[in-house]
Design a protein around this ligand. Structure first.
Ligand code: URA
Length: 436
C-alpha cells in the first residue's frame, strides 16, 4: 500500500483518496498497525479539506466492513430511527413502542449521553434492571418474539467507528460533515435495518448549529444510504430550545410515559407522530404519511403504544411496573422552583445552557466513565412564546445535594431571556431531505 503519510499529505493538500486506500487506512487502524497520531492527522486533514460523496461512501463501507453486519431480512422491512442528539430529546422512548404497536418491527441500538446531549441508554437505566447489553442472538430473538428491541451498540458492529469516535473526541475532529455522516451511517448499516429515519437536530443544543450545515449533513447521509441501498429520510428539527419540558434521565422517562398516555407536550407529540409516520411508510405498513400519522395517533389513544413499552421493558429485564406507577422512578431529594419576577413572555431559552446545567446536576457525564444521577434534571414550565405571570413558576430544578447545584440553578435562570411583548413559538420542523 501507498505509505500512510502520503495519504495524509494528499488529503492535506486537497486531493482525493481511492476507496481501497481509505479501506486500508481504516482496517490498518483497527488492527493496530496504524498509530493514533497518523489517524488523528488524517481526520484533521478531512476536517479541513472535506471528502466528496464517493470518498464518504467508501469511508462508511470500510467502517461497516471492520465488524459484523446483522441480517434482519427474515423480519421483513425493519426500520431504525436515530437522532443526532440534543437536550431533552426522549423521542425514541415514545416513537419506538408506537411504531412497533402499529406492526412494524423496530430494532434500535442506542448510545449513551455525549457531552451535554442525553442518550437513550442512560434514560432506560431508570427502569431498574433494564439490560442494554444484549448479545446479537438475544437481540434477534427478542425482535422475532415481540417486534421491538432497544439495546446498546454491540461492540461487534462497526468497531472502527467506536475507535475513531474516541480519537476524534480528543483531537478536535468531531465537527466534520463526512466524519459525522460516515460515523452515524456505518452503525445504521451494520445494524441491518432496511430503512432509517434520521432526526437531524439544528441549533445551540445540537452538534450542527445552522440549517445550511444540517442540510449538508442530511444530504451526505442520504447519499451514503443510496450507495448502500438503505432508504433514508432526514427530518431537520429545531434544537435551539430543549424538546418537551423535561431534561434529565428519569424526568424524561416520566414525560415519555405521559406522552404515550396521551398527555405529552405539543412539540414532543408532533415530533413523535412525524417520525413514527415516516417509519411506518418506510416499513410499508401505511400507504402515505396521513394514514400513517392517524395510526400512530390511534396507538397513543388506545394505549397500545404504552402496552408495547411495558412489554419491551419487561422483555429486557426492567421493572415494567414503573410504566404504570411512575412515582417509583428515581426522584431527586430537592426541587428548587424558579418564579417569574415580572409578567413577561419567554423570548429565548438556550438549549446548550440547559444542557450544561443538567450536567452540573449530575444528569450527564463531565468525563468518560462518570456515574450519572438518574433522578436529577430540569423541568421547563415555560418555553419560547409562553406568557408567564409574575410569581408563577417557569422552571423546576431537581437536585440531589451536589456542590454544583447552585451553579446549575443560576445557569437555568440565565438560559431564559424575557420579553415584555408577545413572542411567537419557535418553528419545530425546519426541513426534510429523503432518498425518495
Ligand atoms: N453521532 C455519531 O454517532 N457520530 C458522530 O460523529 C456525531 C454524532
Amino acid at each position: 500500500m501507498t505509505r500512510v503519510v502520503e495519504l495524509i499529505e494528499r488529503k492535506r493538500d486537497g486531493g482525493r483518496l481511492e476507496a481501497g486506500e481509505i479501506d486500508a487506512l481504516v482496517q490498518g487502524y483497527v488492527r493496530g498497525e496504524i498509530p493514533d497520531y497518523q489517524l488523528s492527522a488524517f481526520c484533521m486533514a478531512v476536517l479541513w479539506r472535506g471528502m466528496d460523496a464517493r470518498e464518504t461512501a467508501a469511508l462508511t463501507a470500510a467502517m461497516v466492513r471492520s465488524g459484523e453486519r446483522l441480517d434482519l431480512s427474515r423480519f421483513g422491512r425493519v426500520v431504525d430511527k436515530h437522532s443526532t442528539g440534543g437536550v431533552g430529546d426522549k423521542t425514541t422512548l415514545v416513537v419506538a413502542p408506537l411504531v412497533a404497536a402499529c406492526g412494524a418491527p423496530v430494532a434500535k441500538m442506542s448510545g449513551r449521553g455525549l457531552g451535554f446531549s442525553g442518550g437513550t441508554l442512560d434514560k432506560l437505566a431508570s427502569f431498574t434492571g433494564y439490560r442494554v447489553d444484549l448479545s446479537s442472538a438475544e437481540f434477534l430473538a427478542q425482535l422475532g418474539r415481540i417486534g421491538i428491541v432497544l439495546s446498546g451498540q454491540s461492540a461487534d458492529l462497526a468497531p472502527a467507528d467506536g475507535l475513531l469516535y474516541a480519537l476524534r473526541d480528543t483531537t478536535g475532529t468531531v465537527p466534520s460533515i463526512p466524519l459525522i455522516a460516515s460515523s452515524i451511517m456505518s452503525k445504521k448499516i451494520a445494524a441491518g435495518a432496511s430503512a432509517v429515519v434520521l432526526d437531524v437536530k439544528v441549533g445551540r443544543g445540537a452538534f450542527v448549529k445552522d440549517l445550511g450545515q444540517a442540510r449538508e449533513l442530511a444530504r451526505a447521509m442520504v447519499a451514503i444510504g443510496r450507495a448502500e441501498r438503505l432508504a433514508v429520510t432526514c427530518e431537520l428539527t429545531d434544537m435551539d430550545q430543549p424538546l418537551g419540558h423535561a431534561v434529565g434521565n428519569a424526568l424524561e422517562v416520566r414525560e415519555a410515559i405521559e406522552t404515550l398516555r396521551g398527555d405529552g407536550p405539543p412539540d414532543l407529540v408532533r415530533l413523535a407522530v412525524l417520525a413514527g409516520a415516516e417509519m411506518l411508510v418506510l416499513a410499508r405498513r401505511a400507504r402515505d404519511k396521513r394514514t400513517a400519522a392517524a395510526r400512530i395517533d390511534r396507538a397513543i389513544q388506545d394505549g397500545s403504544g404504552l402496552a408495547k413499552l411495558r412489554e419491551l421493558v419487561s422483555a429486557q429485564g426492567g421493572d415494567a411496573a414503573l410504566v404504570d406507577d411512575t412515582a417509583g422512578l428515581p426522584r431527586a431529594a430537592e426541587v428548587e422552583t424558579l418564579r417569574a419576577t415580572r409578567t413577561a413572555w419567554v423570548g429565548d431559552l438556550a438549549a446548550d445552557t440547559i444542557g450544561i446545567a443538567s450536567l452540573r446536576l449530575g444528569a450527564g457525564r463531565e468525563k468518560k466513565g462518570d456515574r450519572i444521577d438518574l433522578s436529577t434534571g430540569i423541568v421547563l414550565r415555560a418555553k419560547v412564546g409562553t406568557r408567564v405571570e409574575r410569581g408563577e413558576p417557569y422552571a423546576e430544578v431537581h437536585c440531589s445535594g451536589r456542590r454544583s447545584d447552585a451553579e446549575a440553578i443560576e445557569l437555568v435562570r440565565s438560559a431564559f431571556r424575557w420579553s415584555s411583548s408577545r413572542v411567537p413559538a419557535r418553528r419545530l420542523v425546519l426541513g426534510r431531505i429523503a432518498s425518495r
